[in-house]
Design a protein around this ligand. Structure first.
Ligand SMILES: O=C(O)c1ccccc1NCC(=O)[C@H](O)[C@H](O)COP(=O)(O)O
Length: 214
C-alpha cells in the first residue's frame, strides 16, 4: 500500500486513540492545549499520552496565541516533537518560538478565499511548515477543529516555499478526493474521525488513514 501521504490525527485525548493512530500508520498525533476545546488536554494528561506514543508517531502540541508561561509549562513537561500555532501568531513570533524551543513549528493558515493565500509567503523562513486549513467562520467558538472544509481548488497543486499539510473538514470519505485535487502530501484531521465532538473513534481513525494512503 503506498504510504507517501503523511497523516496527522489531531485532538487525541485517550491512550487507546494514540495507539490506534500509530498502529493505523499516522505519523503525527496532535494534543490540543486550548481551554475552550472539547479536545483540550492538561499538561499532565498530555505528558501521559506522549509517553504512550510509540516511536514513529511525532507528538504535536497545538496552541492558540499562547503566552511564554503557558508554553514553558507545556514544553518543559511534555516530550514533544513539533509545535502547531493555530492563532494569530506573527511571522516574528513564529521565528522566536522556533528558536527558543528548538522544535519545528507548523503555522496554521485559515483559508476561505483567494486573498487568504497572500499571507503564506510571510511565513517562509519563520515556520518549518504550514497547515492549510479552513478559516473559522466569524463568531466560531474555536479557531480550528470545526469540521469545515474550504474550496480545495484554491490550493490546486500550488507551489509554496514551505512543506504544507491540508486540513479542514477531511473525512474518510473525502480525503482521497482532497489529496487528488490539491496534491497534498500531508493531511490533518480531527472532527472527521470522531463519533461526537471531542470523542475520537478508532475505526474512523483506521478508515481515514487507509483512505489517505490509498
Ligand atoms: O480541535 C480543536 O478543538 C482546536 C481548537 C483550537 C484550535 C484548533 C483546533 N483544532 C485544529 C485541528 O484539529 C486541525 O488542525 C484542523 O483544524 C482540522 O480540524 P477538522 O476540520 O476538525 O478536521
Amino acid at each position: 500500500m503506498p504510504r507517501d501521504v503523511k497523516v496527522k490525527i489531531c485532538g487525541l485525548t485517550k491512550p487507546e486513540h494514540v495507539h490506534a493512530a500509530a498502529d493505523a500508520g499516522a505519523v503525527y498525533g496532535g494534543f490540543v492545549f486550548f481551554a475552550k476545546s472539547p479536545r483540550n488536554v492538561s499538561v499532565e494528561l498530555a505528558r501521559d499520552l506522549a509517553l504512550e506514543a510509540p516511536v514513529g508517531l511525532a507528538k504535536v502540541a497545538l496552541v492558540v496565541d499562547a503566552d511564554d508561561a503557558t508554553l514553558d509549562a507545556i514544553l518543559n513537561h511534555v516530550p514533544l516533537d513539533m509545535l502547531q500555532l493555530h492563532g494569530k501568531e506573527s511571522p516574528a513570533r513564529v521565528a522566536e518560538l522556533r528558536a527558543r524551543y528548538g522544535l519545528p513549528v507548523m503555522k496554521a493558515i485559515g483559508i476561505a478565499e483567494p486573498a487568504d493565500l497572500a499571507q503564506i509567503d510571510a511565513y517562509a523562513g519563520a515556520a518549518d511548515q504550514l497547515l492549510i486549513d479552513a478559516k473559522a467562520p466569524k463568531g466560531a467558538a474555536l479557531p480550528g477543529g470545526n469540521g469545515l472544509s474550504f474550496d480545495w481548488r484554491l490550493v490546486n497543486r500550488k507551489y509554496w516555499p514551505l512543506p504544507w499539510m491540508l486540513a479542514g473538514g477531511l473525512t474518510p470519505d473525502n480525503v482521497g478526493l482532497a489529496v487528488q485535487m490539491t496534491g497534498a502530501r500531508q493531511v490533518d484531521v480531527s472532527s472527521g474521525v470522531e463519533s461526537a465532538p471531542g470523542v475520537k473513534d478508532a475505526a474512523l481513525i483506521r478508515a481515514f488513514v487507509a483512505a489517505a494512503h490509498a
